[in-house]
Design a protein around this ligand. Structure first.
Ligand code: BES
Ligand code: MN
Ligand code: ZN
Length: 502
């Protein structure tokens, strides 16, 4: 967005203007570069007044500090610096971004006594600043004012220049290049989720995926005609009530060895979900513009991997449809034939995500024979009942893949909680009239949806992430204030980086 801060790295030097953030250790101790910013020691006086003890992510602000040319001097608690993980550094960046206010020039001084802060940490702080600063404001003709009187002034916020002062700016800059790739992937995913459905239908989404060609990604867009030829009756049945068509985007990033089989990511891309003939109630239906959160995450991920030139072969497949209602819309009781040849009795047209993924998963597996498939989908309300909005549901036929995903979730704080699969659940979707039906009984809705997907993956290691609670409308965090979170991009970038590169 237009308010994206610009970031630079520099060696320690006392800033001559603007706002300055300095780190404070858990005893309130300041490093030498911080002390140089505060000749009159105003912070030492401010700490006891504010009961500031350097607790992680706590903040003290001094305006127009005595003896300096600065507008503001802020100390930010870093807690026990040696114990901070990657996510903690991101959070510190987020906390800084939350306190930028009207600043146009900001220095962040990364130093505390007795702990070395590396380039990677400095890059994470910068990344946190960018993630937190994102706002979906392209449709606001009056930009938010910083003083909370939103909409009253038409002055756009000036982009802020942030200089991060650190011991090894060259190392920070290098690490930051990869971070920018990932952040741009996250912000792309957020943008796609936030975009209203009148602006982003299957055709428009496919065009956004096509733009990844600029990064060296091979992108094919399958049209309805091509999907029909491939026999994707399950996906096309969902799309048939919308005048806006259906697309499948197939994105390939080949950064690995030529003969290496790819890893694959598959996304649900329902650009709007009315429920179809089994229509949803009006209240809250607007949220269904985000029902392409899985496809957005896959697209953002491929962006991230290509932009940082990941040494891996990666495929992204997204099924793009609108689940709408017209006279041609699919009816409850209709029976469709999927690309796999298996027939499906559609007893509820609102259980459409699994119908889209059935063909996308089958196609992906059949064409690419990937090392594994991970699919992401805003698939069920039931997963939110089970886990709330802080964990996504994880279902898998493979313990190793499941463990690797869980670990990547911990590292990135895009957390996953594994839920069961099993034959007892699977039989709930057997149908009298077809090979299966698209809904089961009253209980275990998230599991039943996962069982349905599993019928389209054969023996390939596979995991399904139900991100209905985490991709959109999840609670704001230190690094995200927007409705669309971009959930999944950082998680899966980490999965690839830690396990499938080099
Ligand atoms: N897109 C919804 C799931 C959803 C609900 C995502 C709320 C995010 C927030 C999905 O297509 C759906 O409608 N699922 C139904 C399935 C049911 C008909 C078996 C649901 O969860 O109610
Ligand atoms: Mn639905
Ligand atoms: Zn849906």
């Amino acid at each position: 967005m237009n308010s994206r801060p610009s970031i630079a790295f520099a060696k320690f030097a006392a800033p001559k203007k603007g706002s300055v953030f300095v780190l404070a250790a858990d005893d309130g101790g300041l490093g030498e570069p911080a002390k140089a910013c505060d000749p009159a020691k105003t912070l030492d006086r401010a700490f006891p007044v504010a009961d500031f003890t350097g607790k992680f992510a706590s903040l003290v602000e001094v305006l127009a500090p005595e003896g300096t040319p600065l507008d503001r001097l802020l100390a930010i608690g870093a807690g026990k610096v040696s114990g901070l993980d990657d996510y903690a550094w991101l959070k510190l960046g987020g906390t800084i971004a939350a306190s930028l206010r009207k600043a146009t020039e900001v220095a962040v001084v990364l130093d505390v006594p007795g702990a070395a802060i590396g380039g990677k940490q400095a890059a994470s702080v910068a990344a946190g600043i960018l993630l937190r600063s994102y706002a979906f404001d392209k449709y606001k003709t009056k930009k938010d004012r910083d003083d909370g009187q939103n909409g009253k002034a038409a002055e756009p916020k000036k982009p802020v220049k942030v200089t991060i002062h650190t011991a090894d700016p060259a190392a920070a800059k290098k690490a930051f290049a990869d971070e920018v790739a990932i952040i741009d992937g996250v912000l792309l995913a957020r943008d796609l989720v936030n975009e209203p459905a009148n602006a982003l239908g299957p055709v428009e989404f496919a065009a956004r995926a096509k733009e990844l060609e600029a990064l060296g990604v091979k992108v094919e867009i399958l049209t309805e005609k091509e999907m029909k030829k491939l026999g994707m009756g399950s996906l096309l049945g969902v799309a048939q009530g919308s005048p806006r068509g259906a697309r499948m985007a197939v994105m390939q990033w080949n950064g690995g060895k030529a003969k290496d089989s790819p890893v694959a990511f598959v996304g649900k891309g329902v650009t709007f979900d009315t429920g179809g003939n089994s229509m949803k109630p009006a209240s809250g239906m607007e949220d269904m513009k985000g029902d392409m959160g899985g496809a957005a995450a896959v697209t953002g991920l491929i962006h991230a991997l290509a932009a940082r030139k990941a040494k891996a072969n990666v495929v992204g497949v997204i099924g793009l449809v609108e689940n709408a209602v017209d006279g041609n819309a699919q009816r409850p009781g209709d029976i469709v034939t999927s690309m796999s040849g298996q027939t499906i009795e559609v007893l509820n047209t609102d259980a459409e995500g699994r119908l889209v993924l059935a063909d996308a998963l089958w196609y992906c597996n059949d064409r690419f024979q990937p090392k594994f498939m991970v699919n992401l989908a805003t698939l069920t309300g039931a997963v939110m009942v089970a886990l709330g909005q802080h964990y996504a549901g994880l279902f898998s036929n493979n313990d190793e893949l499941s463990d690797r995903l869980t670990a990547a979730g911990q590292a990135t704080q895009e957390r996953l909680w594994r839920l069961p699969l099993g034959a007892e659940y699977d039989k709930l979707i057997d149908s009298k009239n077809a090979d299966m039906k698209n809904i089961g009984g009253r209980y275990g809705g998230a599991i039943i949806a996962a069982q349905f997907l599993q019928r389209f993956v054969k023996e390939t290691p596979w995991a399904h992430l139900d991100i209905a609670g985490t991709a959109m409308g999840s609670p704001p965090s230190e690094i995200n204030q927007s409705w669309g979170s971009g959930f999944g991009v950082r998680l899966l970038d980490r999965l690839v980086r830690d396990n499938y590169e080099g």
